[in-house]
Design a protein around this ligand. Structure first.
Ligand SMILES: *Cc1c(COP(=O)(O)O)cnc(C)c1O
Length: 351
């Protein structure tokens, strides 16, 4: 086993810490009052992000949740219905905000690892009848977190757009990990969201910034987003110090996402060799590895505790399922070491 530092923290790509160089960029950032619209570093980041995503404008916000919730609030009225995958982040992990803040309901598609079909969308659209909520917004999550970091095929998004046009639906991409999708596939981020009215991306995941997300769309949408950000309490003042971290991440941490994807594949290949663990390495497309435990190894939460004590940290993701996420602060050697530790823990657990 290589001599590496423990723990190997695979709980999430949100655990990355800003590097020394990123901190230097933050310390040197020019700032202004961004609520008044005069923080030059934020303005530059928003322009760069809008260009990257092929949209007219973009707005810097504190979190991916706020970015998604601003989009939902801008696109819907209370009583409207959203269509998304049953395991979508907006449903699963945003504290019910679609209902609490925007008064929406959600109708679920049961996709394959988070990727649903145009037929599922069409079947979810409510008839135009006063009994029903109005179907309004389709949310595509790319890559799909609970699906295991899956990438949406471009053609599938185009097909969803055609159904959306038939039923007067708006499309939003939750692109917290859109850059992972882009680096893994070689498809520019703007191409992935060309059919969507709006998109959110996160800087605080694999890109390694401490805080920050972007929501982007047409100029009218961003004007609305501005008011909603203020209403949700997300107006920030000399926030150029955070925008500088995001800018640094785009300049220096984008292409290296490919390393995280290699590490995830390496981990999955290693796990596939371990007795009592079930994983299909072919399903690993980006930086997330989902794997299942055989009953003989016990339940996922107990196995996570055992791993934690041995210096490999991850989260249970179901009764028998775990999730591991690779990122900037995990080296190849640490992955190799983690595989050995997991093998030992699986053997001990099965005793
Ligand atoms: C992390 C994540 C978000 C945003 O989460 P925050 O913690 O609010 O920044 C949104 N969507 C997906 C798919 C995510 O994984």
């Amino acid at each position: 086993m290589p001599d590496v530092s423990l723990p190997v923290d695979l709980r999430s790509d949100t655990v990355t810490k800003p590097t020394r160089q990123m901190r230097a960029a933050m310390a040197d950032a020019e700032v202004g009052d961004d609520v008044l619209g005069d923080d030059p570093t934020v303005i530059a980041l928003q322009e760069k992000a809008a260009q990257l995503l092929g949209k007219q404008a973009a707005l810097f916000v504190p979190s991916g949740t706020m970015a998604n919730q601003i989009a939902i609030a801008a696109h819907t009225h209370p009583g409207d219905e959203i269509i998304s995958d049953i395991s979508s982040h907006v449903y699963y992990y945003e504290a019910g905000a679609f209902a609490a803040l925007s008064g929406c309901s959600i109708k679920f598609c049961h996709g394959d690892r988070g990727i649903f079909t145009p037929d599922m969308v069409a079947a979810s659209v409510r008839p135009d009848d006063s009994h029903f909520p109005r179907s309004r917004l389709v949310i595509i999550e790319n890559t799909h977190n609970r699906g295991g970091g899956t990438i949406w095929p471009l053609e599938r998004i185009a097909e969803i757009r055609r159904v959306a046009d038939r039923h007067d639906l708006i499309l939003h991409t939750d692109g917290a990990r859109l850059m992972n999708a882009s680096i893994a596939s070689g498809i520019p981020p703007a191409d992935f969201v060309q059919h969507c009215e709006s998109v959110s991306i996160c800087f605080s995941k694999g890109l390694g910034a401490p805080v920050g997300s972007i929501v982007a769309g047409c100029s009218d949408f961003i004007r609305q987003a501005h008011r909603l950000r203020k209403r949700f309490g997300g107006g920030m003042r000399q926030v150029g110090i955070l925008a500088a971290a995001a800018q640094y991440a785009l300049d220096h941490h984008l292409n290296r996402l490919a390393d995280d994807h290699d590490h995830a594949k390496l981990l999955a290949a290693g796990l596939a060799d371990i007795r009592g663990i079930d994983v299909d390495p072919a399903t690993v497309q980006t930086n997330i590895v989902l794997f299942d435990l055989d009953e003989s190894v016990g339940p996922a939460d107990a196995f996570c505790d055992r791993l934690h004590a041995a210096g490999v940290w991850m989260f249970p993701f179901g009764p028998q399922r775990l999730r591991a996420v690779t990122h900037l602060d995990v080296s190849r050697d640490q992955i190799v070491a983690a595989i050995d530790i997991i093998r030992q823990c699986a053997a001990d657990a099965a005793k």
